[in-house]
Design a protein around this ligand. Structure first.
Ligand code: 034
Length: 232
């Protein structure tokens, strides 16, 4: 049967994509990727600065998701804290699918590889980047997938999960239609996208270990990262 985006769905998609493109890490932060020294210390400090800026971008994007600000305030915090790492993996994955200024991809990879992350986490981390890159997602898919990740009802401490489901469901339906329209020759494309969300959940676990090993080596995070990741 003919799949068609309704007027409401088109309006929702425009809001999400607009918010996704409106909030970006400032150029003066990301261009440091090309400028700073390459010591482990420098790499960690630069990635910490970028991650902090990325969290601020993420909060602004989330506030623009229709209905988010009408959720219970404590649930809003629980959703942000529960999804921050996954949303940052998705966002940083864009750099590796060559969506970012020339040269940033290589230097970001170099800096992540040499920032004190142990080899056992480096492999799954770059496997994820590779699998996202192979999807060649358009920006609508990236924006919706990020919104869907943020609106995951079963994050820790979310009280009214139904209210979150009511926001997430229309986005999943819309993404499904988009995938059929965008990739008609690949019927399983939507399933592959959702498979990335499952892979993201496992990366949360690795990330928790990364944080612990950084802290054991007395690495400091910014107040915003400490708050969102419950460290220090
Ligand atoms: C606190 C730091 C050390 C940290 O801890 N975990 C991670 C961490 C790690 Cl490595 C991997 C994945 C997720 C996290 Cl959350 C990080 C670094 O996190 C980020 C690294 C890069 C980016 C990012 C996002 C968008 C970008 N655009 C551009 C551009 O050039 O335009 C560069 C760029 C970088 C965001 C978070």
């Amino acid at each position: 049967e003919k799949v068609a985006i309704t007027k409401e769905q088109d309006a929702l998609m425009k809001l999400i994509v607009e918010a996704y493109n409106k909030h970006q890490i400032p150029q003066d932060v990301t261009k440091k990727l090309l400028q700073e020294q390459y010591s482990t210390e420098e790499n960690f400090l630069l990635l910490t600065e970028i991650a902090t800026s990325q969290v601020q971008v993420l909060v602004e994007f989330t506030k623009n998701i229709p209905g988010f600000l009408s959720l219970d305030h404590e649930d809003q915090i629980a959703l942000l804290k529960g999804s921050a790492v996954e949303a940052m993996f998705l966002r940083s994955a864009q750099v590796f699918s060559r969506k970012m200024p020339k040269g940033h991809t290589e230097v970001l990879e170099e800096r992540i590889r040499k920032s004190g992350i142990s080899e056992e986490f480096i492999t799954p981390l770059f496997n994820f980047y590779k699998s996202v890159g192979e999807l060649h997602m358009v920006q609508e898919e990236q924006a919706l997938l990020t919104a869907i990740t943020i609106l995951t009802p079963d994050r820790p401490y979310v009280k009214d999960q139904q209210a979150v489901e009511r926001l997430q469901e229309p986005m999943v339906e819309l993404l499904k239609k988009l995938c059929v329209l965008q990739h008609p020759q690949e019927p399983q494309y939507f399933a592959r996208l959702l498979g990335r969300l499952t892979e993201l959940r496992t990366l949360n676990h690795y990330h928790a270990e990364m944080l612990t090993s950084w802290r054991v080596n007395d690495h400091k995070f910014t107040p915003l990262l400490c708050e969102i990741w419950d460290v220090q």
